[in-house]
Design a protein around this ligand. Structure first.
Ligand code: ADP
Ligand code: MG
Length: 348
């Protein structure tokens, strides 16, 4: 056992899979989470349960680890900066500040000449009603949304009155893209122009939640190259350390748009555990802990199925083939729309 310990903020399934990857590298893990039932505690070496404003526990956590990272981007910024002042976090909190907010995220991308959906900030009903150019569109809370939470699809202006939107939140209205496909590119950046990048992954969402991912993505060479180039450019511009995911839309005319940036390992990259020599999780741990960068190679084509809500109950009793890999996140209650596990199938 090495003497290195990594601290992970957040204890969902991404924290669990990061812990497993760290364990395989002989690195000890401590997860800190404000959810006492966080499933990550079953995978980490140690678990600290506390609210993110508990300065004493936060300090104890920082002092017991050598490196710090996080598994979800919506940790209160004040908590992140407090932690970062004691021990540096990677990726750095200033990146969270940009991508925690859909508006600043899209402003950042457009400033760098990277195409996004067209959008407009919305702070009240009048602004919404006078934004016909962006309808049909999707109204999204600027902060704290995930898996389609906090989103309203608006097909025409007449629907607005029925939506009962809470204008205490700030919103962004995005014009609806006529989607042909969604893809994502996962990249791990180790330092200036030093990265490992995975090939684009094709994703299918149901109810705004990721349901299926597969490699290779069926896209033309131009989109293949451009999506990788943009991911490199974004990670370089953010001076990113660790694994990051860029989610893209492709429209019916084969135009590429960045949908959003996830400053962390990503659900669409779960298949890298079984389909690549080095997974997105291992690469993240390697980058954050300053370990060697190893050339990352695809071993198999693969697809992944997310097991959402009650899907998991069937899979817990199933027998699997030699090329099927079942992951149970060990969440204590099954809830509708909750990611409970996944299955990766590799093509051997
Ligand atoms: P979340 O942060 O909840 O993942 P996203 O903005 O990625 O939110 O939206 C979730 C999904 O909803 C997308 O993957 C896509 O399928 C659909 N969606 C979101 N915005 C648009 C849009 N402007 N046009 C078309 N589809 C969209
Ligand atoms: Mg998304």
């Amino acid at each position: 056992m090495s003497n290195t310990t990594i601290g992970i903020i957040g204890g969902g399934q991404l924290g669990s899979m990061l812990s497993t990857a760290a364990k395989n590298l002989n690195i000890k893990t401590i997860i800190i989470s404000d959810d006492k039932d966080a499933p990550g505690q079953f995978f980490a070496d140690e678990f600290i349960f506390c609210k993110y404003d508990n300065d004493i526990k936060i300090e104890e956590f920082c002092n017991r680890v050598d490196f710090i990272t996080f598994e979800f981007e919506n940790i209160p910024y004040s908590a992140l900066t407090k932690i970062d002042s004691i021990k540096k976090i990677n990726p750095k909190p200033s990146i969270n500040k940009i991508v925690q907010n859909r508006l600043s995220e899209k402003d950042f991308l457009n400033k760098n000449n990277i195409r996004t959906t067209s959008y407009i900030p919305i702070n009240n009903e009048n602004e919404l009603k006078s934004s016909q150019d962006f309808i049909p569109g999707i109204l999204k809370t600027c902060t704290l949304g995930y898996d389609g939470k906090g989103q309203y699809k608006i097909n025409n202006e007449n629907e607005i009155d029925n939506l009962k939107i809470n204008f205490e939140n700030k919103y962004i209205l995005e014009k609806l893209v006529k989607l042909k496909k969604e893809i994502s590119v996962i990249i791990t950046r180790f330092g200036k122009e030093k990265y490992e990048i995975y090939d684009p992954i094709e994703n299918i969402h149901e109810d705004q939640i990721l349901k299926y991912s597969k490699i290779p993505a069926e896209i033309n060479k131009d989109l293949f190259n451009k999506s990788k180039e943009w991911a490199k450019y974004i990670s370089e511009e953010l001076n990113y350390i660790g694994t990051m995911c860029v989610e893209y839309f492709i429209d019916k005319n084969e135009n590429l748009y960045v949908n959003e940036i996830a400053p962390r390992v990503h659900n669409s990259g779960h298949l890298t555990i079984n389909a690549y020599n080095i997974s997105q999780f291992e690469n993240h741990i390697r980058a954050v802990c300053g370990l060697d960068k190893i050339e990352t190679k695809k071993l198999y084509n693969a697809k992944m199925i997310n097991l959402i809500g009650e899907d998991i109950l069937v899979y817990r009793n199933k027998n699997f083939q030699h090329n099927e890999f079942f992951f149970d996140y060990l969440k204590n209650t099954v809830k509708k729309k909750r990611k409970m596990g996944h299955l990766t199938i590799i093509e051997k």
